[in-house]
Design a binder for this molecule. Sequence first.
Ligand code: ZN
Length: 317
Amino acid sequence: MKNMAKPILACDIGGTRIKLGLVRNNRLLAQAEIDAAARSGLALALERIARAAGPLCRKAGVKTSELSGFGLSFPGIIKTRREKILSTPAGKFDDAKYLDVPRIVKNLLGLPTRICNDANAALAGEWLWGAARNYRSAVMMTLGTGIGASAIIEGVPLRGQHGQAGSLGGHLTANLNGQICPCGNIGCAETEASTWALPGHARRYPGFQKSRLARVKNLDYAAVFRVAAKGDRVAIELRNRAIHVWSVALVNLIHAYDPEIVVIGGGIMRSADLILPRVRRYVTKHAWTPWGKVIIKPAELGNTAGMLGVASLFAET
Ligand SMILES: [Zn+2]
């Protein structure tokens, strides 16, 4: 039988949930989710991941002794090839930069570890098996709790001297007069229009108290789009402003990395029907691409892209 590779335990860490999957030959055999409990830190999260590995293996009909590696997709700056987390999202997994993750995983699971920035992992997945397959130069932007970005240029994932090239696309300036971002910069696309930043912007918006949004319990962009569709002025303006910010961010990424295709993913893209035509219109008008038009497509692999992408790192070595 050809190519019966051993399965990889892949893990995609988000701000609120941790997705786990067993990946063999680029296929997810089984998956599960656990709470991130991000404020309790990564060391405890790794212990909970290790405890979840057994049941996940049983679900897939795989012995834990068959696993050959642990792939971690993490929302931070990663020193590539050293498997070291250099920076974490504000207030989440604060202990991560002090941890020797490969050593902890070796002790818990007896497996070698590869760590990848979450946006880089998602683009790897989409590039190999999703919306960006068959393209040599691709950029991905993920719209969610934060804004992630990643670039592959002429078939090579962009990483840079310190592992952060391409992945800070959400922290390119979109508003000179904006607020200070937790990253230190001012008016980043992420501070201007991401799920974590939305409640602050909304509450400060003139007329918010009279808007239907003031009565929404979980104020996210799905709620903004829903209320905007009913004609609420504040929601319409917040929606239009966010789409403007994402479009500006995309032109920045296109000018920086010269992709053939841009893939947009993340939870906010559940409203892709509304977002994509407007983003395409803005990019057609404002991006300097004399060779033609950048293809702009929604992500195809949903929340499995990161797990498939990080598992693919084991094939590289
Ligand atoms: Zn920033």
